[in-house]
Design a protein around this ligand. Structure first.
Ligand code: ZN
Length: 123
């Protein structure tokens, strides 16, 4: 009985185990990568990353208020996810702020971070 690879649809060589569902280890690993990226984009994964970002902004907002520099490296080292936000706001200087819950942040060109409470009440 001939079987086809679940990833590339090529015939699975007869030298592979009879239980094999992929034609090669390469296809097996590619399929595994696709599966994990699907998992990553799931709702729960997004919520976890979002909450992590919110926690970090909560933690660093008081420092920023005190005039201490909050930097890209500091947040990045704590697994802040730069690709995740609820939305974006543009200020009068055309800076794009990313919105995370009640906070918004701006990555400055000098790699410092500005964190402000954002007013969502008129949205
Ligand atoms: Zn294959």
């Amino acid at each position: 009985m001939t079987k086809h690879c679940k990833y590339c649809s090529n015939l699975i060589p007869s030298i592979r185990k009879s239980s094999a569902t992929y034609c090669s280890d390469a296809c097996y690993y590619e399929a595994k990568k696709v599966r994990s990226s699907t998992h990553y984009s799931s709702q729960q994964a997004f919520i976890n990353l979002f909450n992590r970002n919110k926690e970090l902004l909560e933690q660093f907002y008081p420092l920023h208020q005190l005039g201490q520099a909050v930097t890209y490296a500091m947040l990045d080292g704590l697994q802040f996810n730069w690709g995740i936000s609820e939305g974006e706001l543009q200020d009068s200087d055309s800076n794009i702020w990313k919105v995370i819950g009640k906070y918004c942040y701006l990555l400055n060109t000098d790699k410092t971070i500005a964190i402000e409470l954002c007013d969502n009440s008129n949205q």
